[in-house]
Design a protein around this ligand. Structure first.
Ligand code: PEP
Ligand code: NA
Ligand code: MN
Length: 619
C-alpha cells in the first residue's frame, strides 16, 4: 500500500505486536504490508492462517458460537454448515465494482472507474479503524497448483472467519503456500478485505456483519484488490472473481495468455480419444449443469475439470493448455437437484460444505427450490422465518450457494490437479436466445470465433409471461470480469492467434440450447441431450462430421447430429438448427450499437467480421 496515508503504529494492540513478532514468515513485503494494514484498521489481534484441519475445526466452532454458522445434521451433511447473510448482502454488486486503472480509458466503457489515487484516499478513510474488536486473518493462497512453474500467489487480509473457511474450500491456502512464496521470494497479489463493521468496546456482534456502503475495487496495474463492506462470495472470496478473472485478465494481457469465465469439460469418445473443451456462458444458461453433463449417447463419457474459470496458457510449441485455478465449487443451489444434477448433489452430500442462504429442514438439513421433487412440509427459510409450501415466497434465496471441495465430485477428472493443465481442443460460447442463434455453429476461423464471442448475447429472463427477453451483450461471458478496456481485451484475443499461430488455436463453436419453435416450446431438450452437440463438436475436431456452410458459420444438417434414441420431433431439431437470414439481418443493428458502445478500441479484425457477416447475409 504505497502512496496512501497509513494508520498510526502506536495504535497497534499488544496482541497485534506479538503476532507480528512471532509471524511464521520472513517475507519482508508481506510483513510490512500486514503491519501497515493493522495500523490502519486497528484489529484486536492477528491470526496467521495455516490451513489446517484443527484451524477449520476451531473457526467453524467459533462461527457456530457467534451465530454465523448453523452446524448441520452430521449423518446427512457431515462437517457442514449453513450461513445466513444480511438480506442486503446476497450477491455480487456490479454497480459497486470498480476497475481503477491509472486512466479512465484503461478501464474502458464497460467498467466503473474512479481515479486510483482518489479511490485509495476514499477507501483509506473507510478502512481506518474498521477492524476494531475483530481479528485480522492473514490468508496466503495460490490460484492453480502450488507446484506450477509460475504459481499465482495472493494474500488475503480479512476480518471475516466465514471468508477464511470459504477460501479454504475454494483455493489452496495456508502454511505450505506461505513457505513456497517465501522460498521463491515470489510476487503476491495484495487482496485486502473488510466487512466494514468495527465493534466498539462491549458492543455485541451480529451474525453477518457488513456495511451498506460497499466497494469492490481492483487496481489492475498494482495487481491489488481492495474490498469493503460485503461478506458475500464474489465480493469477499477475493481469489475468485477479483483475482482469477479481473486481475488475472490484466496479467494475462501483459503475459500473453487468457483468463476466462469458462468451465472445462473432458470428453472421451467410444474409442477412448479425449478432448478438453472450455465453455463460456452468461449466468442462468446452465453452466454448472453443462460442466457436470451426463451424456445420453452410447459410449461417450464426460468429466469435469472446472465449473467457472479457465486459465489458458500456450506451451513452447504454441499449443494451448488450460487449468482450473480453483479448488472448490461455489454453485448456485436453486435448480441444482437430484434429477437435474445428481453429480453436484452427491458431491455436496459428502459434507465439508458451507451453504449460504439456503433453507433449513426440521431435522437439521438444508433444502432449496429444485433440490428434490417433493417439497418439505415445513422449513426455516433463509431469513429465519417459518416456511410452508403455502408461504408464497421462495424458501432459499435465488442466489443461495453451496461451497464444496471440487475433489468431492465423482466426475472430476483426475488430471484436474495436474499443474501443467490439459490440452485445450475447443472453446464454446453460449447464450440464451429464443430466436436467431442456431443450436450450434462452428466458426470459420479464429477471428470469426472472436467475433462470435465479442457479440455473445443472452436474453434476460422475462418476468411477465409472453414478454420478449431483453438481449444483453456479454463478450465471452466476461462483461463483469474484464479487468481492463473491453476493446483491448478483444484485441488481445485477436493478437493471441497472431502470436502463437492460428493453426495452434482451439476451434471455436457457438451454442444456444434455448431456441424456441414457432409454437413457443423449446426446440431442443437440452441437459444430457446436449451431449449430442458435444459429439458433433468432437467429430468436427476429428474431421469426421458433416456440416453446411451458412452465413453465420458451419451448422450441422439434421443428419449430421446423432439423434439415436432422442425423443424429439425432427421438425423441432430442424428449427433448432435453422439459420434465418431475416432474423440475422435484424441482429446487425444491435451488434453495431454494441460496437459503438465499446468504442474505438474494438479491433479492426473484429469490425471486418461484422462487415463480412453483413455481406454473407446479403449474398
Ligand atoms: C459469485 O457471485 O461469487 C459468483 C461465483 O458469481 P457467478 O455465479 O455469477 O459466476
Ligand atoms: Na483448499
Ligand atoms: Mn461465474
Amino acid at each position: 500500500m504505497t502512496d496512501i496515508v497509513v494508520g498510526n503504529s502506536d495504535k497497534l494492540k499488544p496482541a497485534v505486536e506479538e503476532a507480528l513478532k512471532s509471524a511464521p514468515t520472513q517475507h519482508q513485503r508481506l510483513l510490512d504490508w500486514v503491519r501497515e494494514v493493522a495500523a490502519l484498521t486497528e484489529p484486536e489481534t492477528i491470526h496467521w492462517v495455516d490451513g489446517s484441519q484443527e484451524e477449520w475445526d476451531r473457526l467453524t466452532s467459533e462461527l457456530v458460537d457467534a451465530g454465523t454458522f448453523v452446524r448441520l445434521n452430521e449423518d446427512e451433511f457431515p462437517n457442514s454448515f449453513a450461513a445466513f447473510s444480511d438480506p442486503e448482502d446476497v450477491a455480487r454488486v456490479e454497480e459497486r465494482t470498480f476497475i481503477c486503472s491509472s486512466t479512465r480509458e484503461g478501464a474502458g466503457p464497460t467498467n466503473n472507474w474512479v481515479d486510483p489515487e482518489e479511490m485509495k484516499a476514499t477507501l483509506t478513510e473507510k478502512y481506518r479503524g474498521c477492524m476494531r474488536g475483530r481479528t485480522l486473518y492473514v490468508i496466503p493462497f495460490v490460484m492453480g497448483h502450488l507446484g506450477a512453474k509460475d504459481p499465482k500467489f495472493g494474500v488475503e487480509l480479512t476480518d471475516s472467519a466465514y471468508v477464511v473457511c470459504s477460501m479454504r474450500i475454494m483455493a489452496t491456502i495456508g502454511q505450505d503456500v506461505l513457505r513456497t512464496m517465501e522460498e521463491k521470494d515470489a510476487f503476491f497479489v495484495e487482496a485486502l478485505h473488510s466487512v466494514g463493521a468495527p465493534l466498539d468496546e462491549g458492543q455485541d456482534d451480529v451474525a453477518w456483519p457488513c456495511n451498506p456502503d460497499k466497494y469492490i475495487v481492483q487496481f489492475p496495474e498494482d495487481r491489488a484488490i481492495w474490498s469493503f463492506g460485503s461478506g458475500y462470495g464474489g465480493n469477499a472470496l477475493l481469489g475468485k472473481k477479483c483475482y482469477a478473472l479481473r486481475i488475472a485478465s490484466a496479467i494475462a494481457h501483459d503475459e500473453g495468455w487468457l483468463a476466462e469465465h469458462m468451465l472445462i469439460l473432458k470428453v472421451t469418445d467410444p474409442q477412448g480419444e479425449t478432448h478438453y473443451i472450455s465453455a463460456a456462458f452468461p449466468s442462468a444458461c446452465g453452466k454448472t449443469n453443462f460442466a457436470m453433463i451426463e451424456p445420453t449417447i452410447e459410449g461417450w463419457k464426460a468429466e469435469m475439470v472446472g465449473d467457472d474459470i479457465s486459465w489458458i496458457t500456450f506451451d513452447d510449441e504454441g499449443k494451448p493448455r488450460v487449468i482450473n485455478p480453483e479448488a472448490g465449487l461455489f454453485g448456485v443451489a436453486p435448480g441444482t437437484g437430484w434429477t437435474t444434477n445428481p453429480n453436484a448433489m452427491r458431491g455436496v452430500a459428502k459434507g465439508n460444505t458451507i451453504f449460504t442462504n439456503v433453507a433449513l429442514t426440521d431435522n437439521g438439513g438444508v433444502w432449496w427450490e429444485g433440490m428434490t421433487d417433493e417439497v418439505p412440509e415445513h422449513l426455516i427459510d433463509w431469513k429465519g422465518q417459518d416456511w410452508t409450501p403455502d408461504s408464497g415466497r421462495p424458501a432459499a434465496h435465488p442466489n443461495s450457494r453451496f461451497c464444496t471441495p471440487i475433489e468431492q465430485c465423482d466426475i472430476v477428472a483426475p488430471e484436474y490437479s495436474d499443474p501443467d493443465g490439459v490440452p485445450l481442443s475447443a472453446i464454446v460460447f453460449g447464450g440464451r436466445r429464443k430466436t436467431t442463434v442456431p443450436l450450434v455453429s462452428e466458426s470459420f476461423d479464429w477471428n470469426h470465433g472472436v467475433f462470435q464471442g465479442a457479440t455473445l448475447s443472452s436474453e434476460t429472463t422475462a418476468a411477465a409471461k409472453g414478454q420478449v427477453g431483453v438481449v444483453r451483450r456479454d463478450p465471452m461471458a466476461m462483461l463483469p470480469f474484464i479487468g481492463y478496456n473491453a476493446g483491448d481485451y478483444l484485441q488481445h484475443w485477436v493478437d493471441i492467434a497472431k502470436k502463437y499461430g492460428e493453426e495452434n488455436m482451439p476451434k471455436i463453436f457457438y451454442v444456444n440450447w434455448f431456441r424456441r419453435t414457432p409454437d413457443g416450446g423449446f426446440a431442443w431438450p437440452g441437459f444430457g441431450e446436449n451431449s449430442r452437440v458435444v459429439k458433433w463438436i468432437v467429430e468436427r475436431l476429428q474431421g469426421t462430421a458433416g456440416g453446411k456452410e451458412t452465413p453465420v458459420g458451419i451448422v450441422p444438417n439434421v443428419e449430421d447430429l446423432d439423434l439415436t434414441g432422442l425423443d424429439a420431433d425432427p421438425k423441432d431439431t430442424e428449427a433448432a438448427l435453422a439459420v434465418n437470414v431475416d432474423e440475422w439481418k435484424e441482429e446487425l443493428p444491435g451488434i453495431d450499437e454494441w460496437f459503438e458502445k465499446l468504442g474505438d478500441h474494438v479491433p479492426a479484425e473484429v469490425k471486418e467480421q461484422r462487415d463480412a457477416l453483413g455481406a454473407r447475409l446479403d449474398g
